[in-house]
Design a protein around this ligand. Structure first.
Ligand code: AMP
Length: 188
């Protein structure tokens, strides 16, 4: 079964490509940011999530790992999964591997969308005009990029050492990027 991580900085195009991949390859798209956003209205838990998201900080591992474990366990796992926004640090990498192993599954490939910070920021600010996301603003972005650089980017090396990492140029159009990804996935 095909289980993919779509990786990259904020604004690199993970969500857009994950949707296209999920549709074509019939995978379940699990976006951690989206799953958390859906819980924002839910009492104390929702308030906690909002606090972290609106400051551009990662929610605590205990919370996100429990949330994603539960999202994985709710799947029939007759289809592969595509993870978007998860994992974002080493503890989450380990938790994800454990959760998949319970179902005799593992990550097949990590697609790393590469886009420089200036271009990514331009995209997010544009998205912010229509997304309604409170964290799509310059102040929060600064912190989101810092978190990415310090905690998340080091995972690239981890997955490269496991021979699972494929770099993808995130600059061209959505369709051009998708064609590139499609070529790679077809060969698997
Ligand atoms: P995203 O939609 O992936 O840009 O995520 C938006 C926000 O949700 C992040 O800035 C974090 O506050 C939170 N979030 C999403 N995924 C994770 C994760 N894997 N670990 C911790 N926090 C997360």
């Amino acid at each position: 079964m095909l289980n993919i991580i779509i990786f990259g900085s904020p604004g690199a195009g993970k969500g857009t490509q994950a949707q296209l991949i999920a549709k074509k390859y019939k995978l379940v798209h699990l976006s951690s940011g989206e799953i958390l956003r859906q819980k924002r209205g839910q009492g104390e838990l929702g308030r906690k999530i909002s606090l972290y998201q609106d400051q551009g900080r990662l929610v605590p591992n205990s919370l996100i790992i429990k949330t994603m474990d539960s999202a994985i366990n709710h799947q029939s796992l007759t289809q592969g999964l595509i993870f978007d926004g998860y994992p974002r640090n080493l503890a989450q990498v380990k938790a994800l591997a454990r959760a998949l192993k319970k179902h005799n599954q593992e990550i097949s490939i990590v697609l790393n969308l590469q886009l420089n910070q200036n271009q990514a920021i331009q995209r997010i600010l544009l998205r912010g005009q229509s997304s309604g996301r409170l964290d799509d603003n310059l102040k929060t972005l600064k912190s989101r990029f810092q978190v990415y650089r310090i905690q998340t980017a080091p995972l690239i090396k981890y997955y490269r050492n496991q021979n699972k990492l494929i770099n993808i140029d995130g600059q061209p159009t959505i369709q051009t990027i998708f064609k590139e990804i499609d070529k790679i996935l077809k060969k698997l």
